[in-house]
Ligand binder design. Sequence first.
Ligand SMILES: [Ca+2]
Length: 757
Amino acid sequence: MSSITSYVYPESKYSRIAEAGRPPAFLGCFRDVFVDSHLVLPAAAPEDSGTQANVTLGCSDRDKCDDGPCQNRGRCVSLGWRRHRCECHRPYEGNNCEEEYITARFGSKDFESYAVFSIDDHLGDTVILSMFIRTRQSNGLLLILANSTSQYLRLWLEDSKVKLQVNNFETLVGRNGIADGHFHLLTVKLEGTVASLYQSAQSQGSMTIRHVQAHPGDLVFVGGLPDTRASASFGGYFKGCIQDLRLNRRRLQFYPIAAPVESYALEKLTDVAEGCSSDNACAVNPCLNGGECYAMWDDFICSCPPNTAGRRCEEVKWCLSNVTFRPESRVLQYRSNGKIERSLASISLSFRTRQPDAILLHAQREADHLTISLLNSRLKLTLRVGAGKGSPEVTAESQASLSQGEWHNVAITKETQWTVVLDGGKEIISVSETALEDLNFLREGADVFLGGLNQDSGVSFSGCLGPVEIGGLLLPFHLDTELNLPRPQEEQFERIQTSSAPQYGCFGTSVCSPNPCQNAGACEDLFDSHRCACSAEWTGPLCREPTDKCRSSPCVHGVCVNQPEGFQCECKPGHTGERCEAEIDACENSTCGHGATCLKGFQSYTCLCPRNMTGTYCNEKIPEIPWYIEIDPLPQLPVTSCMGMKWNYSCFNGGNCSKTDNTCYCLPGFTGQWCEKDVDECASDPCLNGGFCINYVNSFECVCDMNYSGIYCQMDVSDFYMYLFLGLWQNLFQLVSYLVIRLDDEPEIEWGFYVNE
Ligand SMILES: [Ca+2]
């Protein structure tokens, strides 16, 4: 036999038995229970026999928490043998957290509501007070702990923040506001001489206090005090909801729940409602100017019409005061409502246009009239008042051009004479006629038109008009029926309804859509005009032309070449620098030899050599002419100064200035840019048979060896000399001895030449 029986008692019954002082009933399993060899358990007993209660077959010890008995996210703790405990989150309560503490609504419909509880025990050294709170009201009394002589703990809202005061003295203010319409868990801890404040587990600070002692008989006031004035000193009665209020381990229940909880006794509950209903904040529509009200908890949201803004749609947007005229618009027409009594001695209006000629405002009654217009982009005022008395028409015109798409303001006033003030005083024009009257013909029966001369002529203005006032009275763009705006004053100009409403707000024509700028240029709307911001590669009003970075001719002495990034200057000879602005001084680092003169060229230089030197850099000595050769001195040829385009230069050796810049016409025998070089006619070694070549101007001469003759020493004349030697034989010895003496001194002399002497 293996059947098993378990006795299971419901917990409540179990507890009651325990409370009664009896030993608790057995909870567990039996098997094989025999009495006098008879099986007693497990055994099936007939129903209603009274022999078994709460006994089931089997011995299951399944964890009760597996069933998930705790509701509202409560935590299940298994206690073994089919028992469990639920740890509930606030504000839930009950064995399985199935109950929620009932929320108390304070200040519904602005009632002065409060609750009072009495304390019947000593709270001890540590006092922990906590509650859920929800409100949208920044000020109000939350809770007061008081005995017969003093309020030793006060908790109230001030500027949406929680304020805690202990012993009527020490005060702590929460850091974060809580009047946001959401639930917040508020906790106050008094531990000996330290008081701390928490909002939703976040510490709001702590302070040192004098010891607080609560005694039986003390009272807890929630939401207010019975006395209205006393409550007012804490911001008045609380408006909002409080739930799950606890003082240490005990609750303060406004409306009790079914689950047994230890609560302090509720002494009084005045106008505190159950639940957390919302006041209907839209009951009296708080939204202005036609805004639509949507109720939220203790609050409202206004859905504002397009032309208004603000929490209550109380701000009327600026664009209301502007209206756009286009060719398809209608002229706006106004008339006095017949109640204007003030003297009309001023007009102000603002406008914005790119149109040079337009009628802004025209008013007429019989022969009296007033016109404010633009003529050739200038403001023109035409005025005739008192026509019946023979007053003339007067005009005034501005100097400033006013059609560049900017806003301009015109203020026309009459003091001793009519004066037009443009843009707050940038230009002031006085009407010469002083005796003109006010605009009182507009007070009754006159038509005032905006944007044109009259309805039939149509709109002659393209642009925007700002507020227009005559004598301080606004000419409203809206009809009264279009806008729920109060117009309290009696004196009014009224707009006469036309078939189409004007375009409210100021809008330029869509100049940037579609984008007129090519090549990815960005379009900037300048009101009825646009500007293209081109990328670096493109230019022109529509970014259609490739950027010519050379357009400004940046290269001073050179040719500009466009580059992907900027430009490059290719310099003309003789110039350098990024923009070829600098002249190259070719002679700066010249290597002309000592005594030579450097002659500057464009990119190069030449050296003007002194007489005894030659070579490119005048470093070579001209070979010394033997002493026995006589030469004619070279002619002293003139040097001519020339005025060149780049610099002044000289032509040497009789050269003449050339018509071509910076060059010379040279005499025969000279070369070089400036004729500075003598042509070396000996360079080709024209002299034969050891003849010595003498370089002359444009010629040469060969000095021949004694055996040769001719221009190039080409003729052999040695036989002639042999006979000559023989004839002189008798003088030979005398000659030799003389030469020996000479050789000692000057061995370089060839003795043979001496004979020529
Ligand atoms: Ca020569």
